[in-house]
Design a binder for this molecule. Structure first.
Ligand code: ADP
Ligand code: ASP
Ligand code: MG
Length: 469
């Protein structure tokens, strides 16, 4: 029996019509010898709206919360009505949606009362996006005469630590639990519809895996169930040579190794969770990225290195937004061993992930790129830990920047790639503020001002003629 995990992103389930289409895709791909497990995102834009509602609740804005609850409920009820024809099934779904929207209002009201938004309560609020979409998708499947059940990530057995906001997966435990909960459903011929992005601690507290986490959920479930393939359905034809919204001539890359694809996703392609490919790579499960609106297109296949011969040269150029640069400097750092280690240790303890590092040859400064929303915490932590020391003079930060990453296997063996990249950028009069070459040497990445990001991407895409491949 073949087993496929299919994940549907925000745009794929944005409207009732899209959800019907998704249900049909699932129905068409399942057969007597192929079972499907679905993983779904929140409806497009909902997670961002929930973030805002959580912030308003923290400010004590009760009126906003009341209106918001009504709006979000109506949006999902309309979607359900459009997605499900059978009256009784629609009523059943409506009951679930009303109960969940009521619970959301209670959580937000709780935040209003305490006037505090902890990472834990924020995760609780964010979980409602997927908790409201999964029942509709499941209802649409039943409407087609199929057996289906919706489950939260926690109910499906995905267990994490309690690092709320970016929770760490406990894979062994998860494997055991997911198998125990999902396999009996598959045996009965029921299609599980699992909420992406959200999971739970061992005590059952709701956690989230970090933005874009539904892709990660899909590969976690795929690995736990030893699936044959994981299909990530989205709104573009696959992983492309650049973001087609910025570079309209971008082309789909048909095949990639896990190593290349991981590099691509870490550097922002398809807004995928940076860990999303890890579970599939470990278990050697091929991942396909396909367009829900163009299912005839085979999309991108990501598979083991042996299956795919990496072609040399530049394959893609991506833009990482929402980042910031911190520069730690002081002449005394020259020859003071352990400064870099100290910086990494301090940030690591705070769970702040460093995306890029560069140190100047004189060693008088170290620059780091981190997520922009962690900037304040990172700078405070570094100041407390480092400024007392006589060899650190200054900690500076810039938050109007972005990272441009040029990716592809075999770049290291190709002299002149870096010079072509930076000449192309220089011809546009764009200033490069920091450069790093990843240790894997699959990429060259650098920092420019945020306003220059899109033009930089287009210049490099053109220089390497990526739309011609
Ligand atoms: P989903 O909701 O399906 O998870 P996302 O919005 O998270 O979809 O990711 C898909 C989007 O990623 C595309 O619509 C595209 O604009 C963007 N994107 C950025 N870089 C790339 C790339 N290199 N290849 C494909 N898509 C990209
Ligand atoms: N809904 C979540 C987000 O917007 C997870 C996802 O879509 O992958 O980040
Ligand atoms: Mg996504």
């Amino acid at each position: 029996m073949k087993k496929i995990v299919m994940k549907f992103g925000g745009t794929s389930v944005a409207t009732g019509k899209n959800i019907r289409h998704v249900a049909k895709l699932i129905a068409n791909n399942r057969s007597e010898d192929c079972v499907v497990v679905a993983v779904v995102s929140a409806l497009e834009g909902i997670t961002n709206q929930l973030i805002q509602a959580a912030e308003e609740a923290k400010k004590g804005n009760r009126e906003y919360i009341r209106d918001f609850k009504q709006e979000i409920l109506e949006k999902h009820l309309t979607t359900a009505k459009e997605a499900i024809e059978d009256k009784q099934l629609e009523d059943e779904t409506e009951q679930v949606l009303k109960a969940r929207a009521g619970e959301l209002e209670q959580v937000l009201t709780g935040i209003v009362f305490v006037g505090e938004l902890t990472p834990k309560s924020r995760d609780n609020v964010l979980s409602f996006g997927e908790r409201l979409s999964a029942p509709i998708v499941s209802g649409a499947l039943k409407d087609l005469g199929l057996s289906s059940q919706h489950l939260t990530g926690g109910e499906a057995g995905i267990v994490t630590d309690s690092n709320f906001g970016e929770a760490g997966l406990l894979m062994n435990f998860t494997k055991y639990q997911v198998k125990k909960k999902i396999e009996p459903l598959l045996k009965k011929g029921t299609i599980p519809v699992i909420t992406g992005f959200i999971a739970a601690t061992q005590n059952g507290e709701t956690t989230t895996l970090g933005r874009g986490g539904s892709d990660y959920t899909a590969t976690i479930v795929g690995a736990a169930l030893a699936a044959d393939e994981v299909w990530i359905w989205t709104d573009v034809d696959g992983l492309m040579t650049s973001d087609p919204k910025i570079v309209p001539s971008a082309k789909t890359i048909h095949e990639l190794s896990f190593q290349e694809a991981t590099e691509l996703t870490i550097f922002g392609a398809k807004a995928m969770h940076p860990r999303a490919l890890e579970p599939a790579r470990k278990e050697g499960i091929p991942v396909r990225i396909r367009n829900v609106f163009n299912p005839e297109n085979p999309g991108t296949l990501i598979a083991k290195e042996q299956k795919i011969k990496p072609k040399d040269g530049v394959k893609a150029v991506t833009l990482v937004k929402n980042v910031a640069v911190i520069t730690v400097s002081g002449a005394g750092m020259v020859g003071a061993p352990g400064t870099a280690a100290k910086v990494f240790e301090v940030l690591g303890r705070e769970n702040i992930n460093i995306l890029m590092i560069s140190q100047s040859v004189s060693e008088a400064n170290i620059s780091l790129v981190i997520q922009r929303n962690l900037l304040e915490r990172a700078v405070n932590t570094l100041e407390i830990a480092l400024l007392g020391r006589d060899f650190i003079r200054e900690i500076m930060s810039e938050d109007d920047v972005c990272v441009v990453a040029v990716l592809g296997a075999g770049m290291k063996g190709m002299p002149g790639v870096a010079s072509r990249i930076f000449s192309a950028v220089a011809r546009k009069g764009i200033n490069v503020r920091m450069i790093a070459q990843g240790s894997s040497e699959l990429n060259v990445s650098f920092v420019v001002k945020e306003n220059d990001g899109e033009e930089t991407i287009r210049a490099i895409h053109k220089e390497f003629m990526l739309s011609k491949n």
